[in-house]
Design a protein around this ligand. Sequence first.
Ligand SMILES: NC(=O)CC[C@H](N)C(=O)O
Length: 208
Amino acid sequence: MSLVAGVVAVQGDVEEHASAIERTAESRGYEVDVREIRESGIVPACDLLAMPGGESTTISRLVHSEGIAPEIVAHVEAGKPLLATCAGLIVASRDAADDRVDELELIDVTVERNAFGRQKDSFEAPLSVDGLADEDPYPAVFIRAPAIEAVGSADVLASWDGRPVAVRDGPVVATAFHPELTPDSRVHGLAFFDNEAAFVPSLENTVR
Ligand SMILES: NC(=O)CC[C@H](N)C(=O)O
């Protein structure tokens, strides 16, 4: 069984997501072909997608100018899984409160960019995340992270400092932190293989 995974690669920490996806798929016994997405035409062939951290205004501008944005929307509308992290969460949100971000409106949340204070620009926190394979705390790395300010129909999976930092909205799982930067692949596992609301075409008719 070989899966096709896409990592939105217009900007941001692409390699780390590609490695995390390979690790996660292998641990589940699947082969995976990871494709870096810098142009339109690749997303429709993908079973699952990651939109990484980086600089959200740049990622937003390029996914629109390259014609990738409507393909990501169609992927999610088809029920296929998307993991959106940090800047990816900002771009996928309903409202990022910044005119330079043209949101994809895939997650019913409002976010505030760079919301965790200056002394906390970068930090690691042990999080309790709903839906992970076990209950051990998840080592979450935050780098100039956004906060999720208002949650509509999305489910909150984890909070830190009284604010939601991981959510699920149908086939989309999104985090304010960077699950691709730690060897712990449970968040990728949740987003791609354990989300009952998501459909992975290549795994249809296989026992997960
Ligand atoms: N690590 C990140 O992805 C940071 C996101 C960045 N602060 C932004 O708003 O685009």
